[in-house]
Design a protein around this ligand. Structure first.
Ligand SMILES: [Zn+2]
Length: 392
């Protein structure tokens, strides 16, 4: 979708009506980027914690790799990456022979919540801090707002959005959502995706993080206040950990006599200030199949590498689409990330925080919906959040 289409959509008058009988209640789905359980546990957040007590609260796991696009697509489609095909933030594009960002909606192979809503004649809106979410997920929406690149019309109404590298952009985004909840009652499903920049910058125990999450909690209270009819469904894509060690697997393998075709960090996206593209999972593409054993053997010996899996093993274990991951899949321990470096390995600065590995899989899932009888045993993964919301 190009900018003009987006602009047109964001100012378009509602053309669809809610089907009054089946969807009386508006639904707000919240994908709180980087909001791992460690952040949930360390922050006061009185509104969210009351919802957890009164509604449903489950400690769930994310979709591996623990990166945004794979999990955003999972939550928005209610299915694992083996079905929707978004296996990370980046992938090896066989057509161009290059590493590419995985943020084009044409790569998405399952129906989004918005497309399902449209089939039920429900108007839906996507509200995100990051513009990549719009290119990936906005098909089927009637309203799409990216705080990173708001249309002139949106800026006129809500003022200039703060920088994408800030906590304030999340507050601005929520003000837009709250205004839509108050004034656009025809929008039956709202999907809100914040940015994890504050989590990359600040650990869960810091004053900055507590301020960020307390402010978001106030926005939740405000949203519930202006939309007393609304149900709230909240989960996250991944947690966040301090990382100390990075490997460039291309250089490490070349230096040990087994050159690779390509090694890709599944986390690499267009937000280098968050994490420099380094993440806890790497896809390794071999020059020839017979290199698998030697490359796998030498990678396994690198400090901080936890596991080296074959494509088939990783696809099965992590619910991934085999055509869209590496010949080998490498996972790091809690301290280790992979990506492109100036040399084969690097000690990361003390403040460096990132995600991607199985150590960032634990996230909260919270539902406040008085119209449904909810059973905690049905929720094991973050994308179970939306699985029962609308039938295809
Ligand atoms: Zn994220």
């Amino acid at each position: 979708m190009n900018r003009r289409d987006l602009l047109r959509l964001s100012v378009a008058a509602p053309s669809l009506r809610l089907s009054a009988q089946s969807h009386k209640r508006r639904i707000v789905v919240i994908m709180m980027d980087g909001f791992g359980l460690e952040y949930y546990d360390a922050s006061a957040m009185p509104t969210l914690k009351r919802w957890a007590v009164e509604g449903l609260f489950v400690r769930v796991q994310d979709q591996m790799p623990s990166v945004t696009n794979a999990n955003n697509a999972s939550i928005c489609c209610g299915v694992p990456a083996s079905v929707h095909g978004i296996t990370g933030n980046s992938y090896f594009n066989r057509r161009t022979g290059r590493e590419d960002f995985m943020e084009d909606g044409r790569l998405l192979l399952a129906s989004t919540l918005f497309q399902k809503a449209a089939r039920h004649n429900v108007v839906s809106g996507l509200f995100t801090s990051k513009k990549k979410t719009v290119s990936l997920l906005s098909a089927g929406t009637s309203v799409a707002v990216a705080a990173e690149t708001p249309s002139p019309d949106v800026v006129k109404r809500y003022g200039t959005a703060p920088n994408i590298y800030s906590a304030e952009i999340n507050y601005w985004l929520w003000d837009v959502v709250i205004d839509h909840l108050a004034k656009r009652k025809d929008v039956g499903i709202l999907y809100v995706h914040t940015t994890d920049y504050p989590m990359h910058m600040h650990p869960e125990t810091s004053a900055e993080s507590r301020t960020h999450l307390a402010t978001l909690d106030k926005k939740l209270a405000e949203a519930a206040h202006v939309a007393p009819d609304a149900a709230f469904y909240l989960s996250a894509d991944h947690g966040m950990n301090r990382k100390t060690r990075a490997w460039d697997l291309d250089k490490a393998c070349f230096n040990r006599g087994v050159p690779l075709r390509l090694a890709i960090s599944a986390e690499r996206d267009k937000y280098p200030k968050h994490h420099r593209g380094l993440g806890g999972v790497a896809w390794v593409y071999l020059r020839q199949p017979q290199d698998a054993e030697r490359a796998g053997g030498l990678i396994e010996k690198l400090a901080g590498v936890e596991r080296v899996l074959t494509r088939e093993q990783a696809a099965k274990e992590f619910d991934l689409m085999p055509e869209r991951i590496g010949d080998l899949v490498v996972t790091g321990d809690r301290d280790t990330v992979f990506g492109t470096l100036d040399r084969e390995t690097e000690t990361l600065p003390a403040a460096y925080r990132s995600h991607g590995s199985r150590y960032e899989m634990r996230v909260p899932l919270i539902i406040r919906d008085e119209t449904r009888k909810l059973n905690a045993t049905e929720y094991r993964r973050n994308f179970d959040l939306t699985a029962g919301l609308l039938t295809p």
